[in-house]
Design a protein around this ligand. Structure first.
Ligand SMILES: [Zn+2]
Length: 352
């Protein structure tokens, strides 16, 4: 099989290599890779900043935003999967001696960091023309999602974020009417999609004045803002902010921008080493005097995959397709890893 690989922590090592076809063990499906979504984590791994190869292997097969088609269920009879099923593989696996969270099925909340992740941490990813996955960590999608199913994994990130926003809200009297999403990249747009499915009034902030991002926001019936966070916040007084840029200043502006009992969910990762001048006292007063909550969210567990599947199935297919701004064959993977200003989601076609 062909696989997109890197030597972790070695910039410039990314290459498509021939590897032996994977052989499913008991309980595993054999899957033909169809497509792979590319995200910032992949770009960081390719840049040598991140990533761990499986023990005993020099290279790591990249890819965690998967989509494939089952070609054999011989090793997983009785799993409920059939040849031809469209599937997505779950990214994270619990640590071998599960911590309390992993033992409770909440491996997204792993306490000890000894979890593993397909395509990121000690397990080969889904960036290959054939892959295997445990049936217990595969999610079947309906056939109509074939063109967009690789959006499933990023959608799970927002399914978890919204799940936690709802649970935090329920700790006391709650009214959530308005949400501001900062950033109209793939994560921000999917946050807005899920918010619109929750019947919230949705506002999205980004920089471009025109083009695809504003169009996709407005197609959800949401309001697009491009004149800064202060204007956006005063224009909508959000009950919830989903921060999807990781821009340090925006994170602190968001923390001070919610109404009473506001909830801010941080999903973006900021680079370290940059210094901001922040009025810590003002941030503290805002959080305390308004009963605000700020929390970070990453990864997703099986329950969130189920929620994400439902969200994608309920979404307008053509809206999801418009999010995919480039599709690149595996042989031209370098193009896919290069960020362009007008990119939203870039996808590598594995079947080509
Ligand atoms: Zn754990």
């Amino acid at each position: 099989m062909k696989a997109l690989t890197v030597v972790p922590l070695q910039a410039g090592s990314v290459a498509v290599v021939d590897m032996p076809d994977p052989v499913p063990v008991d309980g595993e499906l054999l899957v033909e890779g169809l497509a792979l979504g590319v995200c910032g984590t992949d770009v960081e791994i390719v840049g040598g900043e991140y990533g761990w190869a499986p023990p005993g292997s020099e290279r790591l097969v990249l890819g965690h935003e998967s989509l494939g088609r089952v070609v054999s269920v011989d090793s997983a009879p009785g799993s409920g999967f059939a040849v031809g099923d469209l599937v997505v593989g779950v990214v994270r696996r619990p640590d071998p001696e599960p911590c309390g969270a992993c033992a409770a099925g909440q491996f997204d909340m792993c306490r000890n960091g000894r979890y593993t992740e397909r395509g990121i941490k000690e397990l080969h990813g889904y960036g290959s023309s054939l892959w295997t996955v445990e049936a217990d960590y595969a999610v079947r999608l309906e056939p109509s999602l074939e063109s967009v199913g690789m959006l499933m994994e990023p959608t799970t990130i927002l399914a978890k974020a919204w799940d936690h926003v709802a649970r935090i809200g329920e700790r006391a009297y709650t009214e959530q009417h308005r949400v501001l999403v900062t950033g109209a990249g793939p994560i921000g747009l999917l946050a807005a999609l899920l918010a619109s499915q929750r019947q919230l009034e949705v506002h999205v902030l980004d920089l471009p004045e025109s083009g695809l991002k504003p169009e996709l926001v407005r197609a959800l019936g949401a309001t697009y803002h491009h004149s800064g966070v202060a204007d956006a916040v005063s224009g909508c007084r959000p009950d919830v902010i989903i921060e999807a840029t990781g821009v340090g200043q925006l994170v602190f502006d968001a923390m001070q921008g919610t109404g009473a009992s506001g909830i801010v969910c941080l999903t973006g990762v900021s680079p370290t080493g940059r210094h901001l001048e922040v009025d810590a006292g003002a941030v503290n007063r805002e959080l305390v005097l308004e009963n605000d909550v700020v929390f970070g969210s990453v990864n997703a567990n099986l329950r969130h995959y189920e929620m994400a599947r439902e969200a994608l199935e309920a979404a307008d297919r053509s809206w999801l397709e418009r999010m995919i701004t480039r599709r690149v064959p595996l042989s031209q993977f370098a193009d896919a890893l290069e960020r362009r200003d007008d990119d939203v989601k870039v996808v590598i076609d594995l079947a080509a």
